[in-house]
Design a protein around this ligand. Sequence first.
Ligand SMILES: [Zn+2]
Length: 687
Amino acid sequence: MRRVVAVLSFAAVSSALAACGGAPAQVTAPVAPAPEPPVTLQVSLADVGLDAAALDRAVDPCTDFYQFACGGWIAKTEIPGDEAAWYRSFNEIDKRNEAALREILDNVGKDSDSKLGKYYAACMDEAAVEAAGVAPIADLLKEVKALKDVKQLPELLGKLHRRGIKPLFRLSAEQDFGDATRVIASLDQGGIGMPDRDDYLKDDERSVKLRAAYRKHVQATFELAGWKGKDAVTATDDAIKLETELAKISKTRVERRDPKSLYNKLTRAELVKANAKLDWNAYFLPLDVSPVDVNLTSLAFFAGLDPLLAQTKLPAWKNYLSWHIVRATSDVLPKRFVDEAFNWKKAVTGQAEQKPRWRRCVEDTDDSLGELLGQHFVALHFGGASKQAATELVGAIRGAFAENLKDLAWMDAATRDKALTKEQEMAFLIGFPAKWRTYTFETDAKQYAKNALAASMFQVGYDLARIGKPLNREEWQMSPPTVNAYYDPQRNHMVFPAGILQPPFFDAKFSPAVNLGGIGMVIGHELTHGFDDEGAQFDAQGNLKNWWAPEVEKAFKAKTDCVAKQYSGFEAQPQLFINGELTNGENIADMGGLKMALAALRKLREKQKEVKIADGYTEEQQLFLANAQAWCGKMRPEMEQTQIKTNPHSPAKFRVNGPMSNLPEFAAAFQCKAGTAMNPANRCGVW
Ligand SMILES: [Zn+2]
């Protein structure tokens, strides 16, 4: 996706290898605080919402706080066979949400008129899926076969893109970087099947192994779809060769973190002129859009398509397109296709077994009819009280951010004012959309693939219909049950779906310190995205427009560079280091989020009448424990390798230890000696 939406969702957890040195593990008694003027209550960790069993008290919190807070949980937790990773927060909540959604779907399924019920029932009807075979995609494959000339390619490409099948590149509706009130067409690089362009081009052991697995998978898929013997081999060669050419002209993930380089707006006439070999007008026709201007996320990528179109023979294009049709629809075809798609997933993530069908069907229904399913979920599982409490927490974090701005010595008055304005203009959405989306496509209780293709077509049509219309600021990009959150710099708003407002992130019964360490940190993280190295390039209105005084911008750049360099030194697996540039925005957001959560707690305590000491841990210690325990997780090594290469989030261990070791208040709270891993001599800090 071109848009630089910054989501919270987790990446990897590292192995037990310590990233930082430090003293050998030792048992450290928790330190009780100096007496506070308010009444002090002695309670248990469970009373405030923390998990005593998750701790590993044999580890010194000053050496590796993540291990201290999560070691007990890590030792007793197995990653389920049908998962690539497992987190104490995200996955445990997901599991609860999934069970709730299944119950909803089973119930609505009893109503034979329910669009939702029919969609889920058709997905669950494996016999009908088997009986349909490849018939649902036969027409599309026939159209590919019928191509007479490479010149006919653009129109067919448009037809496939209209159905959500995306060979070659991607078209979407996006806000204009230069004018956030406008929605324009955006063309982005794409058309590859492996997770990253580097996977086609690098010669390290993992890439070589992955390519071998991919070749096997593509060929097996062709064979299942009816290609025989040598034809399947040739088809595989053609598809992979074209994808490799596309990878070569694609930008890296780090290059794509520069919004300015992603902004290359052309008029329709300029676009048409730019590609002699690609008839854009023929392409747009079946998509039912006629954009006035179009943004290209990469001029080089689209310029590179012309030689590809000139040099590649028609049969190779046919094989490439056929591959993309089958790969995009494998999940809705018979079991043999689903199993083969899973073989590939296994190579990428290490996941041992497939999720049971009902789980896949719940996920797919949420993908296809999320705001219909979400209405039921919200009615049953989202109380008004949690919305109120979350709104108050947002207020507390925003207050902390504004206060903190005053203390930043590297800012000047003018830039500070602009930062404050941006923060004040930042909107936030909690729980669920104010207006629910209407799904206009029909569903059939017996035809899963047909439903899924209709849903995909609806989604594409819905998206593209936004082009040329005023921006709808209330629109959500995640469904309500989703356990995640995001900040969108072009809308300058943050969004917290109902799914994440649950334990261990949030519970009305938790102490304020624990809620601030959980959801408070999440709110601070999203808010800080407005001011990370990418977000800071957008102004209060969401335009890509520099609002920084040059000297202040220089100081800011030095600070973000410090973070990038520091995180690049964190080692997740032997010789596998975090990419500090790829993860820079997320790391800055993690650091800001933790700092704001702590500041909000300190502010709250000014008026607090009682103080809770939980099993000897002070309230500030509780906040740090809550924060770490929200990230306790385990990940399969293959998944971790994939994540490090492709995911902008650092592994969980570093999402905890990175921000905490950079925060002097953490070292003070746990009385860490100078020079310990969690109280280092050199720190980075941005906000
Ligand atoms: Zn984030």
